[in-house]
Design a protein around this ligand. Structure first.
Ligand SMILES: Cc1ncc(COP(=O)(O)O)c(C=O)c1O
Length: 407
């Protein structure tokens, strides 16, 4: 029945499928015996969804009308200012800046692809990437291509990035680049400030051809689990003084930062040296909002602005989140230490929700792990292990078992 352009080859979301298998194993063998490393949300040490108490309390105290009423299509003005403030904190780059509300970071990525690349264009990202980037590209009639994220030293592969940027710009006039850092999903990698500097120099170089339009989307979904707010945002100073045919759009999301995954509250925050480019961004995102999901979740918007406009609340939320960040750090420490002991090669993890292990036959290896009641997600070139959902006591011995399953 569906139209010609529709992709009918959809299979069930792999992550939810493995997660369901883990659920069945829990019923059969008991929770203590099963390691479910599939869930992309922080679970506490009792394996319950971790929620920041101050956030939920603030949300519950909002007046009824904030839950019931529509939000303006671009987002409430207070929210837009709060999203900008939350994105940059003390590291606001020089330039014109505007935000547009979107349902999560996903919405910001969707609208960026739609408005800043041509139909049929190829979008660029790294070879380790969050799977939905491909869906978002293809759903909007674009393709996705990748550069190698890591070089032989396991640092950012600038050469591969440069080659891919110039290759794509030889055949198309616009280029959208999706970079997820800090605490990348799936590897946990974070580009250093120097690496960001090199990325920006590369795209500035490409933009010296004034006939090209380049949009760098910086996906910061996990930024608040990568360290102190001022440190994790220092790279954003590189977004100052851009040429007017180079636009930076930051995909901001409260899903992880406020542990409010289902509230669908995010924004696209754009930075440009050109006032008209920023106004155009605002206009086209408003039209795209109207033409897709209409408007965002008003109570989610109000929640963020209540927190950002109250120093005491913000401090409390930061402190509560810091506890979860430290928990992730402890879980990662166990895994990384044991991986070293077992000579298990892992992608260079710095912080975040996931650790990824390169594997030649990820599906086969994950099947072997399932026999030991360890459930992780096979991705195209490895195994994604969600440390965010596995309590400390279950982390022990995992690295060795994965080593066994991939050998
Ligand atoms: C890398 C990455 N980017 C963006 C998102 C978008 O999340 P949301 O749309 O809930 O903000 C996610 C969610 O898992 C993600 O892992």
């Amino acid at each position: 029945m569906v139209a010609k352009h529709v992709n009918t080859l959809r299979t069930e979301d792999k992550i939810f499928a493995v997660s369901r298998e883990a659920g069945s194993a829990v019923l059969q063998f008991g929770k203590e015996k099963v390691v479910n490393a599939t869930v992309g949300a922080i679970l506490d040490e009792d394996e319950k969804l971790a929620v920041l108490p101050t956030v939920i309390k603030t949300l519950r105290n909002l007046p009824d009308t904030e839950f019931a009423a529509y939000a303006p299509i671009p987002g409430t003005p207070d929210y837009l200012e709060s999203a900008i403030q939350s994105t940059f904190r003390e590291n606001r780059p020089e330039g014109y800046i505007k935000a547009s509300a979107t349902p999560g970071g996903s919405g910001a990525i969707r609208h960026t692809i739609w408005n800043y690349s041509d139909i049929g264009d190829t979008i660029l990202t790294s070879d380790w990437f969050w799977g939905p980037y491909k869906t978002l590209a293809e759903e909007n009639l674009r393709k996705l291509s990748a550069f190698s994220l890591f070089d032989d030293e396991k640092s950012f592969n600038l050469h591969s990035f440069e080659v891919k940027v110039s290759e794509l710009l030889e055949r198309q006039d616009s280029l959208v680049i999706l970079l997820n850092s800090p605490a990348q999903n799936p590897t946990g990698y974070t580009l250093s400030d120097d690496e960001w500097g090199q990325v920006i120099e590369t795209v500035k170089g490409a933009a010296s051809d004034g006939s090209k339009r380049i949009t760098l989307l910086c996906d910061i979904a996990y930024i608040d689990y990568a360290g102190r707010a001022s440190d994790t945002r220092s790279f954003m100073s590189h977004f100052s003084g851009l040429p007017s045919n180079l636009l930076v759009i930051v995909a901001f999301s409260t899903s992880k930062s406020l542990t409010m995954y289902g509230l669908r509250t995010g924004a696209a925050v754009c930075v440009s040296s050109n006032k008209d480019v920023v106004q155009e961004f605002s206009d086209v995102f408003e039209t795209s909002n109207r033409g897709t999901w209409s408007n965002g979740t008003r109570c989610g918007m109000k929640l963020l602005s209540e927190i950002m406009n109250n120093k005491e609340l913000l401090l409390r939320v930061d402190e509560e989140r810091e506890e979860f960040r430290q928990l992730l750090e402890k879980r990662a420490e166990i895994f990384i230490e044991e991986a070293r002991g077992s000579h298990l090669d892992i992608c260079p993890y710095k912080s975040g929700f996931f650790i990824t292990i390169p594997a030649i036959q990820p599906e086969e290896s994950c099947k072997l792990l399932k026999k030991e009641n360890i459930f992780a997600v096979p991705i195209s070139r490895g195994i994604r292990f969600a440390i965010c959902s596995v309590p400390l006591y279950k982390m022990k011995g995992i690295a060795e078992k994965i080593k066994g399953a991939i050998s």
